[in-house]
Design a protein around this ligand. Structure first.
Ligand SMILES: [Fe+2]
Ligand SMILES: [Fe+2]
Length: 316
């Protein structure tokens, strides 16, 4: 038996035993690459996700709403930073990760390529998008890679606050004037299907799922998670008095789950390929942020170099 095969077997045995894999441990190259891809995709989603919501900070309808939204957008920045740090433990630099995002080599969640047209969208995003994110992320608190799992514990607590905040915004609008209720319904109409797409392609079209389950990167499949989201969210929409834009959505007593209609996968792939309503705008905003911040990075490097020289001359 070759040494590599032996190492792989030992590695899988550790995962099967529920042990965490840490940065300095041996790992198969594919495990490392899959994690870099997944964690960085997640980090990029947090950072790009700040854009549609940041768009409403100056227009929040009250001081209370503004404070809440500001805190949420700052939380997302924090999530991005923990996750970039977790990805860096796998031997890739922050700079490389950023370049991958800006050149389109790395992806981020396609939901953030949709525009935020009204204040109700901020409610719908918190309720649905953060709600979907929680369902995906709770299982990641037990994922096999230690730095990722630990980052997810704190992130999940904050996502839960975001989801409640979003739902409370929706509740205020849904119980408000007819115009406000209409605004809430319109936001639900536009964000419902893209939220279901957040769980990714159907299981039979998701080639990485089986390996990810074996490595405990994933503990449930895309379709299982999507169903879980629908089962939780449908009664919440009822409570708001809003209608989910799916005529096929119906409780199925036999299955113990909601049945639902067909997702428009053409739209999903179009947005993933870069042809969504805001893909270009999002990358332009991130590119500008990188350019505007260049002087800060240069200054920090100069300062670090100066400090190192000073310390060296002191040591002599
Ligand atoms: Fe987040
Ligand atoms: Fe969030």
């Amino acid at each position: 038996m070759s040494k590599e095969v032996n190492l792989e077997e030992q590695f899988q045995a550790r995962i099967d035993a529920g042990e965490r894999i840490e940065p300095k441990d041996w790992m198969p190259e594919k495990y490392r690459k899959t994690h870099i891809r997944q964690i960085s995709q997640h980090a990029h989603s947090e950072i790009v996700g700040m854009l549609p919501e940041g768009n409403w900070i100056t227009r929040a309808p009250s001081l209370r709403r503004k404070v809440g939204l500001l805190a949420k957008v700052q939380d997302e920045a924090g999530h991005g930073l923990y996750l970039y740090s977790a990805a860096e433990t796998l031997g890739i630099s922050r700079d490389e990760l950023e370049v991958q995002l800006l050149t389109g080599k790395a992806k981020y969640s396609s939901i953030f390529n949709y525009p935020t047209l009204s204040w109700a969208d901020i409610g719908a995003i918190g309720w649905l998008v953060d709600g979907a994110a929680i369902i995906n992320q709770v299982m990641l608190t037990r994922t096999s890679y230690g730095p990722y799992a630990r980052a997810m514990v704190r992130i999940c607590k904050e996502e839960s606050f975001h989801q409640r905040q979003g739902y409370e915004i929706m509740l205020g609008l849904a119980k408000g004037t007819p115009e406000q209720k209409e605004m809430a319904q319109d936001a639900l109409n536009r964000f419902w299907w893209p939220s279901l797409m957040m769980f990714g392609p159907r299981d039979h079209e998701s080639p990485n799922t089986a390996q990810s389950v074996r490595w405990k990167i994933k503990r449930k499949t895309n379709d299982e998670l999507r169903q879980q989201f629908i089962d939780i969210t449908a009664p919440q929409a009822d409570y708001l008095g809003l209608t989910i834009p799916d005529p096929d959505l119906k409780w199925n007593e036999e299955r113990g789950h909601y049945d639902f209609g067909e997702i428009n996968w053409d739209e999903f792939w179009q947005v993933v390929k870069g042809n969504g309503p805001c893909n270009r705008e999002r990358i332009e905003a991130r590119t500008k942020a990188r350019e505007d911040g260049a002087w800060v990075r240069e200054a920090a490097l100069q300062y670090a170099a100066k400090k190192a020289t000073r310390n060296q001359s002191k040591a002599v």
